[in-house]
Ligand binder design. Structure first.
Ligand code: GLU
Length: 481
């Protein structure tokens, strides 16, 4: 049988990392087995609908190469793939259940429900729907519906016995029916609830494996009662544990950095994010850590999934991202770095030199502006003690001499090229019997005003350009008195 999985996001805004992981795993299970991966948009909860969110889902998945075989934009044999466009398909199924006594029309108004809930709660009880309408004879209920009375359709859960299902990761999950609520299947506006739509859709779309978050673990026994009522075959269920910030807290949207696009905006590479997310809840069974999407597809197996909560470790992600950054060609590095160069005001500087000094040190592209802040502004108050360095054998005295010579020689340089600057400074050192380091240290301190910089004196001189480099050298010389 063909493996068919689906990703069923609700268009409520951004792409949470946990959601992305669910979609990725659904994709990998299908593709590893040569099956089909479907995209279904679950937009029946109109109150949570966010304009543009569906396009956003498309863009994110496409960006990552997680391509779907059937979906709203490309169609397929079991469409439509947007729940609101399937609206008319659900009612006949619900009515079939009503006829079989597995569901019923409910006419309770909001006020009546609230009143009865308050009474139960005042008496210290926990409210669940009290089957008030379950006993209305079918003919009577039908008449009221036809007369235009407002209604919902509720599942008629048995009052005793057990509802259960088997989850690949969590094993056998059973609940007492007495604990289950008669959930609404069709709402007063005619829309199905998620609880109903997911069952109808998964069945009619021939889904074989349902992969989703474990927040649905508790409801799945109820869904299975529906499968039983229809006499349908159940899918394989794989519920994934939550992604945690730490041992106690979920990675939450409210923390502001749980969304795919937050990480992209901070300058993480999508390939690194995908790789990291894939390992949050799955491991290949060996030591490998680096995977492209193709490699994941090849290596993925359901057996490698884990139900223990995965802790999202920003440091590990940062490390992984740095590894990906190092693997870029200098041209690719520059393309990714460009927006950050612009932000830092260094987009006009020599790209080849920038890539050379920054690529080995960049963990996240968003760190670039901080790494190069000295290129656009010199902290004029930097301590002159910086000129003193044991290893380079420099002190204030030596630095005065070096700067005098360097300023004169560089000022006379006809072309401000890396080679030219290099040859000028190094031949000066040689002529004066100095170590290269003795020459270069004061020059770099004067140009950067700090001890630790990406790049050396010559590279920084190229980046600054003749005028600014000379201005800083003269300023440094003045500060040394
Ligand atoms: N629309 C649901 C969600 O976004 C999907 C649940 C499912 O996959 O069944 O959480």
């Amino acid at each position: 049988m063909e493996v068919r999985t689906r990703f069923a996001p609700s268009p409520t805004g951004f792409m949470h990392i946990g959601n992305l992981r669910t979609g990725l795993y659904a994709y990998l299970i299908a593709k590893h087995n040569g099956g089909s991966f479907l995209l279904r948009i679950e937009d029946t909860d109109r109150s949570r609908y966010v304009e543009g969110a569906t396009e956003f889902v498309y863009r994110t998945l496409k960006d990552l190469g997680i391509n779907w075989d059937e979906g709203p934009d490309i169609g397929g044999s079991y469409g439509p793939y947007i729940q609101s466009e399937r609206k008319d398909m659900y009612l006949p199924y619900a009515e079939e259940l009503v006829k079989a006594g597995k569901a019923y029309y409910c006419f309770c108004t909001k006020e009546e429900l609230e009143k009865r809930r308050a009474d139960v709660e005042a008496a210290g009880g926990t409210w669940k729907y009290d089957k008030h309408c379950a006993d209305i004879p079918y003919e009577e209920a039908k008449r009221r519906v036809e007369a235009g009375e407002s209604y919902v359709i509720r599942q008629n859960v048995p009052t005793e016995g057990e509802a259960s299902f088997d989850d690949v990761l969590y094993g056998h999950i059973a609940v007492d029916c007495s604990e289950l609520d008669d959930m609404i299947l069709i709402k007063a506006d005619g829309m199905p609830t998620y609880n109903f739509a997911n069952v109808i859709d998964d069945h009619t779309m021939h889904i074989t494996h349902v992969i989703r978050g474990n927040e649905y673990l508790a409801s799945t026994p109820k869904y299975n009662l529906l499968y039983d009522a229809f006499g349908w075959e159940k899918p394989v269920y794989i519920h994934m544990s939550q992604i945690m910030r730490d041992l106690h807290r979920k990675l939450s949207k409210r923390d502001g950095d749980a969304n795919y696009e937050d990480f992209i905006a901070k300058g993480f590479l999508k390939e690194a994010l995908l790789n990291y997310v894939a390992l949050l809840g799955w491991n290949p069974g060996d030591e490998r850590e680096f995977f492209t999407l193709e490699e994941l597809t090849e290596a993925f197996s359901i057996e490698g999934l884990s139900k223990s909560p995965a802790i999202f470790d920003p440091q590990k992600l940062t490390w992984m991202n740095a590894e990906y950054v190092r693997k870029l060609t200098p041209e690719q590095f520059t393309a990714h770095a460009m927006p950050w160069y612009e932000l830092a005001g260094i987009a006009h500087m020599d790209k080849e030199v920038l890539a050379r000094i920054l690529q080995p040190r960049t963990e996240i592209f968003g760190n670039i502006p901080d790494m190069v802040d000295f290129l656009t502004k010199l902290d004029g108050e930097y301590p002159t003690e910086l000129f003193t360095n044991k290893k380079s054998k420099t002190d204030a005295e030596v630095s005065r001499k070096v700067l005098d010579m360097a300023i004169e020689a560089l000022d006379g340089l006809s072309e401000w090229t890396e080679q030219g600057i290099h040859d000028t400074l190094l031949s000066l050192a040689e002529k004066n019997g100095m170590k290269n380091g003795t020459m270069l240290w004061p020059v770099r301190i004067a140009m950067a005003g700090k001890q630790v910089t990406p790049g050396g004196a010559i590279e920084i001189a190229v980046l600054l350009g003749r005028d600014e480099a000379l201005r800083r050298l003269r300023f440094g010389r003045e500060r040394l008195g």
